[in-house]
Design a protein. Structure first.
Length: 146
């Protein structure tokens, strides 16, 4: 085996990185990092002048990434879907502080905040002061309750 093996590792590694970037991190950077491992392995092989060293170092670097760092990197790249601001209100309960009628908005206390509230469903049943209601949606500064 000659130096062409090391050049092949470098080229394949660069192609893997380019494909990952073209796909928009579709594989979660796995292809880019394995490609980087192959490129570094090929560069080590070119530096030492030995194809076996290039293959061995590229393979070891790729395996180390897959075995040790992949799970950690995936955990860091995973977007946690946590509702914030008004989206966090949906599903919570509140206490009516001003009567809510079919055609009349009222007030509901949710935690330490008081919100303007309307009935989510037109079932005709008003909610009196002190009633517990569940928030179905938020529209602007008004919560829809049931």
């Amino acid at each position: 085996m000659g130096n062409w093996v090391n050049w092949l590792l470098v080229i394949v590694g660069i192609v893997c990185v380019i494909i990952e970037l073209a796909l928009g991190a579709f594989t979660g950077f796995d292809l880019a990092l394995v490609g980087g491992s192959l490129t570094v392995g090929g560069a080590i092989g070119l530096f030492t002048g030995l194809a076996k060293i290039g293959l061995l170092s590229g393979g070891i670097l790729a395996l180390v990434y897959l075995a040790l760092f992949r799970r950690w990197l995936r955990a860091k790249l995973t977007v946690k879907d946590q509702p914030t601001n008004v989206d966090a209100l949906v599903g919570k309960t509140g206490i009516v502080t001003k009567k809510i009628a079919l055609a009349e908005a009222g007030l509901v206390k949710v935690g330490s905040e008081v919100w303007r509230a309307e009935l989510a469903q037109a079932d005709g049943t008003a909610r009196d002061v002190g009633a517990t209601v569940k928030i179905e949606a938020v529209e602007g500064v008004t919560i829809k309750v049931r």
